[in-house]
Write a protein that binds this ligand. Structure first.
Ligand code: MGD
Ligand code: MGD
Ligand code: SF4
Ligand code: MO
Length: 732
């Protein structure tokens, strides 16, 4: 190994990988016995019969129940599992397209080790893991275990988390916090003592009136959420969609409020004003469960619809009418919590404003609002007790006393000497293991990842695909896909409590190994093997199911799901006052506004347009933009531009343009979609495209990447969430 600390990410070509044809080709190397897939009847997925194997999806994080048809050892079809509460027999396009992920010919096939700045060689698992373990031991000795960071996303990371804790490190981060739900969950926890859930507990099917702030359901394809949403519409629900763009949801709504980007808190304060001053709130709920109503009442005395109209670009009458629509439907109205919250840096306060309105509407704990869920607790496997406390290189509470996780960009900055402010001048983070997160596409200002990579002593990436982050790695390890392995079971809090199993439906392709196997082998080499008291993760699942009075065979005979009767939980608020906090003393004490205030955001410069981004139904971030099945149905992203703006820049529908941001960073070329469905002051780009690794034969240089244009962000002072909708672009 040479030049480990001088990595350079070159647009890797196939020829950059040195190795034997046998591995690089399409030969399938079957795994050990004991990893075989099991059908409901106990047969394996590699026998010659056709069989259907239940599992749960991982193309996004909803965890929908799937049934996979396997024929002659090959998965041929993925369908919705009818007995599974998080699918009800239906899937979104991405769930069905999971086969394109399993059989993607561009998958990583063998462990790779960097031999020079821009070359990798194929190596055996033993060599790769031996090298990683030696490096990890050295880092642990020289700097302490907490200088090893785990950057991860998804269920497959579970045994790496365990390994990290056994090793003594709690330095962990994930982009689903500071780039996604972190501020939402913090804002709701500060208000209700609890967040609205990983699968939002929102009665879209039962409410009469629902407001959406952004939250583009129908493009955001969270299966069961979309099902409840369409049921509600069929039953006559009236929707209010607040979005600078005429989203799919706006097209189905009674009201579309094309708000000026970033002005939502002004609108929400005006809604509070109308609800309170026109006596349209839920008196009983407010009386019985909340504190701070008087303070809130005077806080919003002057935030009238006329006041908000000047900031939001909306009509005062529309603001008043939509507030009345909500208030007159009490207790059958709510604001949908939304999910991706990292917008403008005042995101926890926006979440607070939405939570407060839901309290005024009496929606918390209501069957027609944000209901309370129930869950089945998964029994603990008897892993040996760890002998030590794991330590944190950057405890979140140091910087964000009300935060709930360490922002991933802080861990990245802490890997660069002198970069992170606040007492970590000496780069406390020396090594990364990156599991299932393409950080280069998920964290804004991605330049910083290249910089951090220069300073790290070790960078391991566990991936299924040659994603952009693999280009920075010292060692790349090929993981199985979710269709080839056991993972921890899924048992979210929900209206129908259940446990669902993920299991291999086919044997691992190529030399890929399940995450748990990699973590376990690495533990052996680190001298921590005893902490992993199983040979195959299947044993852990079997044990847990036995404790629940079931078994793998039994759960499979029930369609891969165990259920229990719903038990209505008692409504408890885990806030300091044990009440819903309209006014938050803990925020005040920590130096934040105790009630949300509207702060104006800077406008785009002349000739520039705010860059907004989001989802398309057929893709999940960058993880599907090389998937043949999904690329067929949605081959490239397009940038949405209003006709007036298109005219100014002389652009026609279908033209290719390059986007240039305020710092001069340019995108790959992207098609223009000229449409009146967006305001004139912004453009919209679906996320996940414009791939830069040549090994991605379908995704390479197709469409543009929003993330490389996000060179700036505004930090949410409460959580460290990276508000990234502060970037603007023009056309080249
Ligand atoms: N198909 C598909 N579905 C997915 C995913 C996926 O990758 N693909 N990912 C899942 C995940 S992890 C998440 S977090 C969610 C994300 O999905 P959501 O939580 O729905 O994301 P948002 O950021 O709320 O939605 C983007 C919408 O907000 C609008 N918007 C932008 N700026 C503003 C503004 O200033 N004010 C208002 N009111 N609206 C604005 C945009 O025009 C766009 O319509 O989607 C989930 N569902
Ligand atoms: N610019 C921009 N940034 C964003 C967002 C955005 O809309 N725009 N959205 C934000 C949101 S809401 C979220 S939740 C995050 C999501 O952030 P990430 O989850 O990091 O998103 P992906 O880019 O899909 O990266 C996932 C990577 O995991 C790999 N992978 C897939 N399956 C497996 C597996 O089974 N095992 C392993 N080891 N690897 C696997 C895929 O190949 C892919 O490279 O991004 C956030 N960042
Ligand atoms: S919403 Fe779609 S991609 Fe996400 S888990 Fe469900 S089926 Fe899979
Ligand atoms: Mo997300």
């Amino acid at each position: 190994m040479t030049q480990l600390t001088r990595r350079k990410f070159i647009r890797i070509t196939r020829s950059a990988i040195l190795g034997s044809a046998a591995v690089a080709g399409s030969s399938l190397i079957m795994s050990r016995p004991g990893e075989s897939a099991i059908g409901a009847d106990g047969k394996t997925g590699n026998s010659s019969d056709e069989m259907v194997i239940p599992s749960y999806c991982d193309v996004c994080f909803m965890g929908c129940g799937i049934n996979v048809t396997v024929k002659n050892g090959r998965a041929v079809k993925i369908e919705g599992n009818p007995v599974h509460p998080i699918s009800r027999g239906k899937l979104c396009p991405r769930g069905t397209g999971g086969l394109g992920q399993l059989y993607d010919p561009d998958r990583l096939k063998t462990p790779l080790m960097r031999v020079s700045e821009d070359k990798f060689k194929e190596v055996s698992w033993d060599e790769a893991l031996g090298f990683i373990a030696e490096k990890m031991k050295k880092i642990k000795e020289d700097y302490g275990p907490e200088s090893l960071a785990l950057l991860k996303h998804g269920k497959g990371a579970d045994q790496f988390v365990k390994l990290w804790h056994d090793l003594g490190s709690k330095t962990e981060g994930h982009p689903s916090y500071a780039q996604c739900r972190g501020s939402r969950d913090a804002g709701w926890s500060l208000t209700f003592g609890k967040n609205p859930g990983g699968i939002e507990r929102a009665a879209l099917d039962k409410a009469e009136v629902v407001a959406f702030i952004g939250a583009h359901l129908g493009e955001n394809m969270h299966n069961v959420t979309v099902q409840d949403y369409t049921t509600g519409l069929r039953n006559g629900a009236r929707h209010i969609v607040v979005d600078p763009r005429f989203s799919v949801a706006a097209g189905k709504a009674k009201y579309w409020l094309p708000i000026k980007p970033g002005a939502d808190i002004a609108l929400l304060l005006a809604w509070m004003h109308v609800l309170i001053y026109e006596d349209l709130y839920d008196f009983e709920f407010v009386e019985e469960h909340t504190i701070g109503f008087e303070q809130l009442q005077s806080h919003v005395e002057l935030t009238t619809p006329e006041w908000a109209a000047t900031y939001t670009g909306l009509d005062a009458e529309d603001i008043r009418n939509t507030a009345r629509e909500l208030g007159e439907a009490v207790p059958n109205a709510f604001i949908f919590p939304g999910r991706r919250f990292a917008w403008y840096g005042d995101d926890t306060q926006r979440a607070r404003a939405m939570a407060i309105i839901n309290a005024l509407l009496g929606a918390w704990g209501s069957e027609t609002g944000i209901y309370l869920g129930d869950r089945i607790r998964i029994p603990k496997f008897p892993f040996p007790e760890s002998h030590h406390e794991a330590a944190h290189a950057l405890d979140v509470k140091y910087k964000y006393p009300l935060g709930q996780s360490t922002p991933v960009q802080d861990i990245i900055e802490a890997s660069i000497p002198g970069r992170l402010k606040g007492g970590w001048q000496n780069a406390p983070v020396k090594g990364w293991l990156v599991y299932s997160t393409n950080l280069v596409r998920a964290v804004p200002n991605p330049e910083i990842i290249a910089e951090a990579a220069q300073h790290l002593d070790l960078l391991v990436v566990v991936e299924t695909m040659p994603s952009e982050i693999t280009g920075f790695a010292d060692v790349v390890l090929p993981d199985t896909t979710y269709l080839e392995r056991f993972d921890i079971m899924n048992a979210p809090e929900w209206k129908e409590p259940f446990v669902s199993i993920r299991q291999p439906v086919v044997k691992p392709l190529y030399q890929s190994k399940p995450g748990w196997w990699i973590a376990r082998k690495l533990a052996d080499k680190l001298g921590l093997g005893e902490a992993f008291n199983y040979d195959n993760f299947r044993e852990v699942i079997e044990y847990q199911l036995n404790q629940l009075g079931s078994s793998i065979k039994d759960i499979n005979s029930k369609g891969g799901v165990l259920k229990k009767e719903f038990e209505e939980p008692t409504m408890r608020f885990r806030t300091p006052s044990r009440k819903v906090e309209l006014f938050s003393r803990q925020m005040l004490r920590a130096g934040y506004d105790p009630m949300p205030r509207y702060l104006k955001h800077p406008e785009p410069a002349n000739g520039f347009y705010r860059l907004l981004y989001g989802r398309v139904p057929q893709h999940t971030f960058s993880r599907t933009t090389n998937n043949s099945m999904l690329m067929e149905v949605y081959p490239e992203n397009r940038v949405w531009v209003h006709p007036d703006i298109a005219a100014v820049h002389n652009l026609k529908d279908g033209d290719y343009v390059v986007l240039k941001n305020q710092k001069g960073v340019r995108s790959n070329r992207v098609k223009v979609f000229v449409t009146k469905r967006i305001r004139q002051d912004c453009v919209y780009l679906p996320h996940g495209f414009g791939r830069t690794d040549r090994r991605l034969t379908r995704g390479f240089e197709v469409g543009a990447d929003d993330n490389e244009l996000l060179t700036e962000y505004k930090l949410d002072p409460i959580t460290g969430s990276t508000g990234s909708q502060v970037n603007c672009v023009t056309f080249v």
